[in-house]
Design a binder for this molecule. Sequence first.
Ligand SMILES: [Mn+2]
Length: 273
Amino acid sequence: MANKTTAVFFPFDQFGGGGAAAGARLLADAFRELLDDNRREKVATRARCYAGKVRLHEAAFDDLDALQTWRETGQELVRQALARGDFLIWAAGNHLGVLPVYDELAGRDMLVVQLDAHLDVYNLSDCTKELSHGNFVRHCERLPPLINVGHRELLLRTEYVAKFYRQTFSAAELTIHPDKTLAAIGDACVQPGRVLVDLDCDVLDPAFFPAVSEAVPFGLTPQMLLRVLAAIGMDRLAGLAISEFQPARDAADRCLETLMWLLEHVLLAVYER
Ligand SMILES: [Mn+2]
């Protein structure tokens, strides 16, 4: 069981997916409210298993200095959390805001399972060559071992994708052959090190989660997302990153509630294991 949890809210959303910083800030508010509610509750609830165990850190990017050093600042926050042996919750703005986590995990004994509609290695004619939320995996000097689950890619060729990803499991494979694909995901996660799950919200189908900037049809249901997490194995989980939540496109806080439910579910799984 993890000693403590470091929950970092990292509202960075430059270079694609602008507006997702508000998502990270909204999650920070909701998360703080959750911890406060738990503290006030006099009846013994399951939430007591993580009471007093969560450190919350909210980064801010409201001046040029903070923006210029975003990557180093982020990496240092991840390094400190891992050095303490904490479980890591990383709520970024856009997906690029998870890059500091990748930077720090490269060279460590940890696998990243990326749940994302996109393989963020786009080099197509209409894509910027500069660092963006859609190509940042190409820009890593060193990458942690990477697996994608839930992509809807129909253009990039297998040999190109294989330069960056150890394995990929598309949303279509998961839908057509769920049991076989879930078993293969579980097999891919059997390794000496632990696993960080990197959830880009657009892995979910837009019918369930419309609050993203780059929605793609034929996505995962929230129920399938739970099955994927179970297949990875909660006992292997070292952290959860969340990104690309665009609250301006949410409807009656449905997507916010989806993410908060997931965070509570993961905290319970970590501290009740
Ligand atoms: Mn994406």
